[in-house]
Design a protein around this ligand. Structure first.
Ligand SMILES: [Zn+2]
Ligand SMILES: [Zn+2]
Length: 291
């Protein structure tokens, strides 16, 4: 499998929702013009999805995490252990001086990342301790370059990260009330002065205000989508996506679907929304699908 390297691209390994059996749990790859690859989320099926795509954990520069739910992070233990303990071709494991993968996550999300990984990753022997392992043994955790102060929650409203050509803002969304979860505003060019972004919801309810506000500088929106409404909705309910302004809808790609996607396809297309499926790739500069 080969991926275009001329511009920033996004490839979906899995495009399904939390309980999808048909579309694969969420895990996507950002491929930067310099050839570096980052993962966005790492769901429970990610280890097998990446293997099936002909890639290996050692092929990735780092991991971006939107929030801690199994369909977004249950592949991370595999990533951490394989890079730490196993070699691959000329790549040495981290514990023998090989490159350490980077991790970008909002600080509030990061705390939960460690809560979920600690029971596996803390058992490293160091000094007199048998449980000396920390997230920093397995990932180089990047600090935010800047932040926006808290609003309705005790954590920062947004945090800004840079790593080489990658620049992004992790901004809190309304997913499960009280739970840290972020959408990603991904800079589509290597130029920090270029304001254009691609937007990735992670998991979020529909926030018409922010989507409308950032639309002029957004090339493409990827939004999780559900066709079933219920009290305490935590995802992008289709009827609200369908009601977004036309200028937002024409840039909108829905993802993180459950298995009833096909029975709803006609109304998605009628609303002018595109549908992301596993194996699809997008050029984030143009916002157009390329494969
Ligand atoms: Zn999810
Ligand atoms: Zn979630």
């Amino acid at each position: 499998m080969t991926f275009a390297q001329q511009s920033l691209t996004l490839h979906l390994f899995g495009a399904g929702g939390a309980f999808s059996r048909r579309y694969g749990t969420t895990c996507s790859m950002l491929a930067l013009p310099d050839g570096k690859r980052w993962l966005i989320d790492c769901g429970r099926q990610a280890p097998d999805q990446i293997y099936a795509a002909g890639l290996h954990w050692h092929d990735f520069e780092g991991q971006i995490v939107t929030h801690v739910h199994g369909d977004h992070v249950y592949g991370l233990e595999d990533f951490a252990f394989v890079r730490f303990f196993e070699s691959h071709g000329e790549h040495k494991p981290t514990r023998e001086g090989g490159a350490i993968p980077k991790m970008i996550a909002h600080s509030a999300v990061l705390a939960e990342v460690w809560e979920t990984l600690a029971p596996s990753l803390r058992y490293l022997r160091e000094g007199g301790s048998l449980t000396a392992g920390t997230l920093a043994h397995y990932f180089e955790v990047l600090a935010a370059r800047a932040s926006e102060p808290p609003r309705q929650n005790p954590w920062n409203h947004a945090e800004v990260f840079d790593s080489g050509l990658l620049g992004l803002v992790a901004r809190e969304t309304e997913h499960v009330p009280g739970k840290p979860a972020c959408a990603l505003e991904i800079r589509v060019s290597g130029d920090p002065d270029d304001p254009r972004i691609a937007w990735w919801s992670g998991d979020s309810t529909v926030d018409i205000d922010i989507l409308s506000a950032i639309e002029p500088r957004t090339t493409v929106f990827f939004h999780d989508c559900t066709f079933v409404d219920y009290p305490g909705q935590v995802h992008g309910y289709f009827d609200l996506l369908e009601a977004l302004p036309e200028r937002v809808r024409r840039k909108m790609v829905i993802m993180h679907h459950e298995d009833n996607l096909e029975e709803n396809r006609a109304k998605v297309e009628a609303a002018g929304l595109r549908i992301a499926l596993s194996g699809h790739s997008y050029d984030l500069g143009s916002g157009q699908r390329i494969a």
